[in-house]
Design a protein around this ligand. Sequence first.
Ligand code: NAD
Length: 385
Amino acid sequence: MLKIAVPKESDLGELRVALVPDTVARFIKLGFEVLVQSGAGLGAHFDDSEYEAAGATIINGAKELWESADILLKVAPPGEQQGEEEMNWLKPGATLISFLNPLANPEQVQALAQRKINSFSMEMIPRTSRAQSMDALSSQANIAGYKSALLAAASLSRLFPMMTTAAGTIPPAKVLVIGAGVAGLQAIATARRLGAVVEAFDVRPAVKEEVQSVGAKFIEIPIEEDTATSQGYAKEVGQNTQEKIRQVLTEHIKKSDVVITTAQVQGKRAPLIVTEEMVCEMSSGAVIVDLAAGQGGNCACTEAGKDVYYNGVTIIGPLNLPSTLPVDSSKVYAKNLLTLVKYLVKDGAIDFNFEDDIVEATCVTYEGEIRNDRIKQALANLVQA
Ligand code: NAD
């Protein structure tokens, strides 16, 4: 019987857990044995007794849990504990399924390969309809987008909705969302629900209709170059195009009470869209929430993980918003993992069928080798630097 192990996340501030009791019960029903480290679910308000009731075995020590795993399911990439690398506790031939941030951290992928750990990176799930229910980037970005609008509303020095009262009429807040992928669209929808007037821009013109369908006005900027990859991701645009985008957005940013930025380009530093000058032109009391803070930031004044006050404007640079709503973010992440593991396991073992597009895209180390060319390239770039 394959043993699935769920550790307590060791990253400070990571409150999510890879499996919730409901998904543990589903795994048990499918014939897996599930081991959960004592306290693994506490950050997300699931206690050991709920996991036990779902059929899991509770393991006290972190090391003991990692050593027992055939498949270890995790949220954040492996870290360090008790002065040791967690991943070194996995037995060779075990499988790790987690967010691994492999393009930014190829050295860890190399170390996994050297340890003969087979690993799947949740960031690499293809963005296709077939893989939609395994798509953890989307499930977590959706939550981050929602929370970004709430953070903005809570930090803004004025109201989001229009209010007509005996004491006068208050106009609605103006929100601008830059980057209308999964997080951006949810930020728009949430800001609209709170009563703000919302406009949005994305470098991929194809999202115009989606933006309009969630109630925002799309800012059109004619762009001559091709801005999307064949997988639907944004490409890095050239300096001239980026400058043109900045010029058009300057006027929109100036009159916005809130700017929520979510623009990212896979494997690259996030594009710099909001300059220091633009921040200075915003009204005192305005707010920027920069969801790209962890990738270098879309705003020049962003400091990752901090709130910055600059010329009367609050710039919030959150690093892990899904972890601030750990109950629901863990539930949807656990569902993503359940679907993926069910898909991968055939006849009691993982079927490393590299003819399959999901396995091919997601498996980053197998039998001592790094399998992904972009990760190999990222590693080569590091060695050269
Ligand atoms: P992301 O987090 O990589 O980027 C966020 C947004 O920033 C994207 O919409 C991108 O176009 C935009 N962006 C990048 N550079 C920009 C710039 N210079 N100026 C303005 N905006 C910029 O995106 P994501 O949310 O992960 O979505 C990526 C793609 O995957 C999208 O096409 C999305 O529709 C698609 N997707 C498909 C599925 C599916 O079919 N199952 C699921 C989820 C996402």
